[in-house]
Design a protein around this ligand. Structure first.
Ligand SMILES: [Mg+2]
Length: 293
C-alpha cells in the first residue's frame, strides 16, 4: 500500500521517520511490555499510527513468548465477539445495490452518508436486504437541523446508529442533537485518543476507537475502560489497513459494542493471511500472539 496523502495528520514518510526513531531507541526484550509501549510516546509523540504498529509487534512478541493468543493473554472471551460490518462507500444506487448483495454474509452494513445520494442509497439497499445498517456521515451534514431530519428518516429504516454527523469541533451542536436524536451518535473524527473523552462525552453516545488514532492496543484498552466508566458505548474501528493491523484490533473486539473491522477486506494487495470472517463475525485463530502466520 502506498499513501502519500496525510491521514489524521500522518503520512507514509512521517510514519517511517517515527519507526526509524523507535527502532534506534530500540526495545531489546519484551520484558515490561507496558512500560516499553508507554515509552514510545516520548520517542514518537505525533505518530500514533507508527506507535500502533510497534505496540502490535511488541504484543505479538509477548503473546508468542507466553504461547497464548493475545485475547487470552488479556482475559478476553472470543465468544463475546460482536458482528463486524462491511462498508459500502458513496456510489450510484445501482452500485450500492450490488455491493449490498455481495455483502450477503455480513450481519451489518456500514453506509457512508452525507451526500445527495443518501436516500437513494438506503432505498437501494432496502430493495435487496433488511440487514441492519450503520450510517457514517464523516462530518457530512451541514447543520444540526439537517442532521436531525436525516437521522429521523434513517431511524425508520432499520439503521442502528450514526457516526460523526457534524464537524468534529461542533460539540455544542452535538449536545443539541444528542438530546433529540432517535439513534445513538458515535464520535469518530471528534475522538482521537483518551484525552478527548471529557470533551466529547456530552455530545455523543459512544466513541469509535481506532488503533492508528490512539496509538495501539494499550491505549485502546485504556480508552475502552474510560468509555465504560463514562457510560459511553464503544465501537472498534479501523482505517484501510492490512489484516495484520486488523488482527491487533480484532483481539480487543469482544470488548466492544460495535465492531467495524473490514479495512483489510477493501484492499486487493493484503500481504497477510488475516483472521477469517465466519457468519459475519471475526473468528480469532487460537494461535500465539496476533495469530497471523
Ligand atoms: Mg467514521
Amino acid at each position: 500500500m502506498r499513501f502519500k496523502k496525510a491521514h489524521f495528520g500522518e503520512t507514509t514518510a512521517s510514519c517511517r521517520t517515527a519507526l526509524e526513531r523507535i527502532v534506534e531507541s530500540g526495545p531489546k526484550s519484551p520484558g515490561n511490555h507496558e512500560a516499553l509501549i508507554r515509552s514510545l510516546e516520548a520517542t514518537a509523540p505525533n505518530a500514533p499510527a507508527a506507535r500502533a504498529a510497534v505496540d502490535a509487534a511488541i504484543m505479538d512478541w509477548v503473546g508468542r513468548c507466553s504461547n497464548v493468543p493475545l485475547f487470552r493473554f488479556w482475559g478476553i472471551d472470543p465468544a463475546n465477539m460482536p458482528p463486524t460490518s462491511m462498508t459500502i462507500a458513496i456510489d450510484a444506487p445501482d452500485r450500492v445495490r450490488e455491493r449490498a448483495k455481495e455483502a450477503g454474509n455480513f450481519l451489518v452494513l456500514k453506509l457512508k452518508l452525507g451526500s445527495k445520494w443518501d436516500h437513494a442509497m438506503v432505498s437501494a439497499i432496502r430493495d435487496v436486504t433488511d440487514t441492519l445498517i450503520r450510517g457514517d456521515a464523516n462530518e457530512g451534514y451541514l447543520d444540526r437541523e439537517t442532521a436531525l431530519r436525516e437521522i429521523e428518516w434513517l431511524a425508520e429504516r432499520n439503521v442502528e446508529l450514526v457516526e460523526q454527523p457534524l464537524a468534529a469541533d461542533r460539540i455544542d451542536d452535538m449536545i443539541w442533537l444528542k438530546e433529540r436524536s432517535p439513534l445513538p451518535l458515535i464520535a469518530d473524527e471528534a475522538f482521537m485518543q483518551v484525552r478527548d473523552l471529557p470533551r466529547v462525552a456530552g455530545g455523543y453516545d459512544g466513541i469509535n476507537i481506532k488503533l492508528v488514532k490512539c496509538g495501539g492496543t494499550l491505549a485502546a484498552r485504556e480508552a475502552i475502560a474510560a468509555a465504560r466508566a463514562t457510560g459511553l458505548k464503544v465501537m472498534l474501528g479501523c482505517t484501510i489497513e492490512s489484516s495484520l493491523g486488523i488482527a491487533a484490533a480484532a483481539h480487543l473486539a469482544p470488548l466492544a459494542d460495535y465492531v467495524d473491522l473490514d479495512g483489510n477486506l477493501l484492499i486487493a494487495n493484503d500481504p497477510f493471511d488475516g483472521h477469517p470472517v465466519v457468519d459475519g463475525r471475526i473468528a480469532l485463530r487460537d494461535a500465539p500472539g496476533l495469530g497471523i502466520p
